[in-house]
Design a protein around this ligand. Sequence first.
Ligand code: ADP
Ligand code: MG
Length: 683
Amino acid sequence: MTNKSNYEYLLSDLTKLKGVGTKTTTLLKKKKINNIFDLLWKLPKSYTDRSHSVKIQNLKIGENQTITIIPQKYSFPRIRNLPNKVTCSDETGEIDCIFFNSYEGYVRKILPLGKEITVSGKIGFFRKKYQLTNPKYISEDSLLIKQKHNTYSLTEGISEKIYNKIINQIITNLPLLHEWHSKNILNKFGNVKWNEAIIELHKPENIGKYKKNFYQRLAFDEIFSTFLVNSEIRKKIKKIKKEGKSIDYTKQNNIIKNLKFSLTNDQKKTLEEINLDLSSTNKMFRLLQGDVGSGKTIVSLLAAYNTVNSGFQVAVMAPTEILARQHYNFTRKIFSNQMNIELISGKSEYKTKKEILKKLAKNEINIIFGTHAIFQKKVSFKNLGLIIIDEQHKFGVNQRKLLSDKGGKNCDVLLMTATPIPRTLTMTLYGDMDLSIIKEKPKSRKPIKTYSKLESKIEDVIKFIKKEIKLGNQIFWVCPLIEESKKLDHSSAVKKFEYLKKIFPNQVSLLHGKTDLEDKEIILDKFLKKEFQILVSTTIIEVGIDFPNANVIIIENANKFGLSQLHQLRGRVGRGDKDSTCILMFKSNLSENAKKRINILKESNDGFYISEEDMKIRGFGDILGFKQSGIKNFKLADPVQNSDLFLLAEKEIKRIELNNEDIKKFKPLIKLYDRADIINDIA
Ligand code: ADP
Ligand code: MG
């Protein structure tokens, strides 16, 4: 049987279970249940208590009851559609067990005449007699029936009975795992061991007991293992030795002096953190986090500048070509002719591309901008010293690690995200990186006034826009996805464009997912040069691009977005020093709950705060679209309900890091909970 201290049992194939064949395995695999451990998280939804039995005379019709009876007489009609029947009795009365679509042999076997049998099921009444139709719980062994039977949300083809059987089997065979937590941590959960906790978790009477020790401990295990893996990745990357860069502060400060603005304190602070990493002999793996419009770009470009001045090349990767081009243009402006800066774009001609690739390989290009295309196989650098990745909050841990490997030994990595996340999620999502945070926005920024408007009141909005245009201002008009269909998305924007064009002739342009790249750039360029005033678009303007003169944004169908997304969109305006406005349009009156959400947005311009509130309302996973991003989902833990556990886990990880504690004892935990490939190099 099982080796009782071996966690490997839990990772073994489902066919290792008795009574589980390839059919059940295949069904479970469809539900992403691949091994025994996965089954542990298949929890009962409710249960039926079949533990008490009654006598026939006391049966209650319509209820689930358990009785012990003796089969007396069979009736096997040879007519189609008539059920088989077994008349049974106890000393107080009679009951008929009815079987539709059954074989005579089966009925004889499970209800042999004269034997005492325990059956359980919903009691019916027909022609003045109790009856039990197709009873599923039948056994000579009354103990097998007289139990609490769990109900599960069923996988097609697997009955409740089978679930009960296999899960019972697993629970009985749980290996006794060595405790991995410190005494102090364990103490917080009433010293409940992992095994005990699992057993409690599956007791039907414990359904929904989220605050109990067993539940908290298991949730903690999950959070802790995620953090631990992240922490190990970070340690591992930081151990990589590289050639330190020497920062030329005189040159750097010259650039800063010539900017049109002065850096905020947070910009200075984060730049210094990055500079320290660049000059150290350990590889940098850092995330620059800051709200929309907080001015991350300039910080990263200064880091790029310092890197180039130290003799290295820099690659800057943006999620869209438009953003890549914008960064490229900005960089050319501020570094004027001091270095070779290039942009690789999808539309660059083959010849140009080839030329760029050649130059990159010879270190004749200092900074290259582009989308993920710059990390294709055929692109090679002579001396890459820094990768900057903008707006990639949807990159998972694995993707990030790959990038860091790809850049080569001397290559530092700086990621940027304008997606503030709730405090509890920092370690979950970004725990593998060092963190620099820009909290403060440039002083010249004014809060964006945010209003909600019914679509039927569009005339008011038009009036408002007319006024703004007179003042020389520009407007974003966002038409989001209506349904999950790109076509509809596109057509709603086209319709709005046609509508607005009539009111504002020659002042409106349209941008959507199908606009080809060249046109896109021409349009955006014209918008930047103020050649037209209203840009109608789908959500493609969401990420990163910067139009300081636009100060009004209209967002249609605003209820389709989460708060954080709305905040991001809204962040497209309010970048200059003018007053700016965001108008959220709704199809119908807002529900109380929706009002609450929108009020958060109206009251606050702080992305971190908004993300916290958004998560409280919408739950983790849904916010920011992390669901599609391959970021792991927790089985029990919930960043809202268990925020205390997330903070506790973070504290414990810091303690372990500080004491340089050997993590060998956590190996079973990591192996069980986190089977990413990364683990193979760690544990
Ligand atoms: P994000 O952090 O969202 O990427 P950007 O880097 O695009 O923000 O900066 C937004 C705008 O603010 C840009 O036009 C940028 O030039 C400007 N900016 C950056 N830093 C400052 C500052 N300290 N003072 C004033 N404007 C700034
Ligand atoms: Mg940005």
